[in-house]
Design a protein around this ligand. Structure first.
Ligand code: AQP
Length: 342
C-alpha cells in the first residue's frame, strides 16, 4: 500500500481552512492508503505560545480528527512529540540543509515580519526541516496539504534528493544497484477546491489561526449562532448575481467555493444554482450548509473529549505504530552517515 502522512498544528483553534484544505480530504484516503495523521505539537512552539493551552489544544485537535471521520482501525493517529525520531532526524537533516533554502521560505518571511525580531527563534527558520522529517521518516508517497504548504513540500523533496545523493550512494552499491534510496521522494496532494480558503473579512488573505480577528474565520467548533453571525457580517460586494473566478470579486469566489466543498457539489452545479442569487438569499443557504456539516462533527468531538482514557489509548497505539516505522528510517540514515551504532 502507498503511504500518506499529514498533520495540523495545535495552535489556536482549527478552522474551516485547515478542515477543507487538509482534514476533510484525509477521510476518503484512509480506505486505499496506509495513513498516518499526527498533531504537530513541536511545530506549535515556533512562535511565542501559551504553555497552559498546548496540551489541551493537542487533545482537541486529535478529537477533531476522529470526529471528522479519521478511523483508527485504518489510520494511525499520534502526537508528533511522542515519537522521538522526528527531532532526531531533524538534526541529521539540518546538517544537509543549505541555510539559503530556508531563508527563501515565504512563510518564514511573513511570520518573522509579523512577529518582530525578538520573537523570531531559530525554530521558525528551521521549521521546514522538521516538517521534512515528519514526512520522510515514514517513506511517504503523498502528503495532502493546502496550497500554502506547497513550498515547504518542495523543500522536503529537494532535501530527500540531496540526502539520497550525499549518503545513499554507498548503500545503493551495496544493494547491487537495485535502488533503495534512503528516502522516498514524496508528492503533494492538493485538493482541487478548498486548497486555499480565504478570510471572511478579506478575500485576498488566507483564513488563518493567527489572524487577530475571530470574525475572519469559521472555527470548526463555533456554535451555530456564532457561525450565523460571522456569515451575516462577512465581507461581500455590490455586484449583482454571484460568480466564481472574477478577480474583482475575491470574497464571492471564496464563499461560493466554501459552499461548493461543504455541500460536496461540482463548481458547475454551484455556479448554476447561484448565478442569479443575491447575497441576502445566498448567506442563509451557506449558513445552513455549514451548520449541517459541522454540527455532527461538534457532537462527536464533545463525546470524544468526554472520554479522555479512550483518546489516550488511541494516541498511545498510534505513537507505537509510528515509532516502529520511523526508527527503521532513522537507523538507516545513521548508518549511511557513518555513525557508530550500538
Ligand atoms: N486557509 C487555508 N486554506 C486551506 N488550507 C489551509 N491550511 C491552513 N490554512 C488553510 C492547511 O491546514 C493544514 C494545517 O495547517 P497548520 O496548522 O500546520 O499551519 P498553517 O498553515 O500555518 O495554519 P494556519 O491556520 O494558517 O495558522 P497560522 O495562522 O499560524 O499561519 C495544512 O495542510 C495547511 O495547508
Amino acid at each position: 500500500k502507498k503511504r500518506i502522512v499529514s498533520g495540523v498544528q495545535p495552535t489556536g483553534t482549527i478552522h474551516l481552512g485547515n478542515y477543507l484544505g487538509a482534514i476533510k480530504n484525509w477521510i476518503p484516503l484512509q480506505n486505499s492508503y496506509d495513513t498516518f495523521f499526527f498533531i504537530v505539537d513541536l511545530h506549535a512552539i515556533t512562535l511565542p505560545y501559551d504553555t497552559q493551552q498546548l496540551s489541551r489544544a493537542t487533545k482537541d485537535t486529535a478529537a477533531i480528527y476522529l470526529a471528522s471521520g479519521v478511523d483508527t482501525s485504518k489510520a494511525s493517529v499520534f502526537v508528533q512529540s511522542h515519537v522521538r525520531a522526528h527531532v532526531e532526524l531533524m538534526w541529521l537533516l539540518s546538517s544537509a540543509t543549505p541555510i539559503g533554502w530556508l531563508n527563501r521560505m515565504i512563510q518564514f518571511k511573513e511570520k518573522s515580519r509579523k512577529a518582530g525580531d525578538e520573537n523570531v527563534g531559530v525554530a521558525l527558520l528551521t521549521y521546514p526541516v522538521l516538517m521534512a522529517s515528519d514526512i520522510l521518516l515514514y517513506q511517504s508517497d503523498f502528503v495532502p496539504v493546502g496550497e500554502d504548504q506547497k513550498q515547504h513540500l518542495e523543500l522536503t523533496r529537494e532535501l530527500a534528493e540531496r540526502v539520497n545523493y550525499l549518503f545513499g550512494g554507498r548503500k545503493w552499491k551495496k544493494l547491487g544497484g537495485r535502488g533503495g534510496a534512503i528516502f522516498k521522494v514524496p508528492e503533494p496532494l492538493i485538493p482541487p477546491a478548498g486548497a486555499r480558503v480565504m478570510s471572511l473579512t478579506d478575500g485576498l488573505s488566507k483564513m488563518s489561526k493567527s489572524a487577530p480577528s475571530d470574525q475572519s474565520r469559521i472555527n470548526l467548533l463555533d456554535p451555530k449562532d456564532v457561525i450565523a453571525n460571522k456569515i451575516k457580517r462577512c465581507k461581500t460586494d455590490s455586484f449583482s448575481g454571484l460568480e466564481f473566478d472574477n478577480p474583482d470579486r475575491p470574497e464571492c469566489h471564496n464563499l461560493l467555493s466554501i459552499y461548493q466543498v461543504i455541500t460536496d457539489r461540482t463548481k458547475q452545479e454551484v455556479a448554476h444554482e447561484c448565478q442569479d442569487l443575491s447575497w441576502g438569499t445566498f448567506k442563509p443557504l451557506l449558513t445552513e450548509a455549514l451548520i449541517a456539516h459541522l454540527h455532527p462533527i461538534q457532537v462527536r468531538h464533545n463525546e470524544i473529549m468526554a472520554d479522555p482514557a479512550y483518546l489516550d489509548r488511541v494516541l498511545a497505539e498510534g505513537a507505537r505504530k509510528a515509532a516502529d516505522i520511523a526508527d527503521v528510517t532513522l537507523n538507516n540514515l545513521y548508518q549511511a552517515m557513518g555513525f557508530l551504532r550500538r
